[in-house]
Design a protein around this ligand. Structure first.
Ligand code: THU
Length: 140
């Protein structure tokens, strides 16, 4: 059953169809809601396999290029028996612009809900930008 729960889900489902995945055949779409709008990305593979990019990385790049710096919500659309959760590297990429409370929704190819997690659940005790924030106690 087609189920477009909202604009972010629709964006992730739609951009997934643009994926360039001739090697894995595994299409993924990601959509981010930031303080400046919605940003979509799909996976882009490469004949030199390690050079491929995940859908989430593409969506983050689109967000930054649009001037966004705060990830407020994420939807990932993918196929298969198991919900497509972000890979380890993308969890860290999302952490750069998202708080541990950030909600990440995994949906199927038709937008149907499959799994909901916070970034903190997917990446507990994470290292983030706060760790590198200037320490006023050191500078006096
Ligand atoms: N992939 C993503 O784009 N996002 C994920 O969260 C998991 C995996 C892509 C990378 C590769 O192009 C394909 O899925 C198979 O791993």
């Amino acid at each position: 059953m087609t189920e477009y729960a909202d604009d972010l889900v629709a964006a992730a489902v739609a951009v997934r169809l643009c994926a360039y995945a001739p090697y894995s055949g595994f299409f993924v779409g990601a959509a981010i809601r930031s303080e400046v709008g919605i940003h979509a990305g799909c996976n882009v593979e490469n004949a030199a396999y390690p050079q491929g990019n995940c859908a989430e990385a593409g969506a983050i790049s689109a967000m930054v290029a649009a001037g966004g710096r705060q990830i407020r919500e994420v939807v990932i659309a993918g196929d298969g028996a198991t919900p497509v959760t972000p890979c380890g590297g993308c969890r860290q990429r999302l952490r750069e612009f998202g708080a541990p409370e950030l909600v990440i929704r995994m949906v199927g190819v038709d937008g149907g809900a499959r799994l909901v997690r916070t970034l903190g659940e997917l990446l507990p005790d994470s290292f983030g930008p706060d760790h590198l924030a200037p320490d006023s106690s050191v500078r006096g």
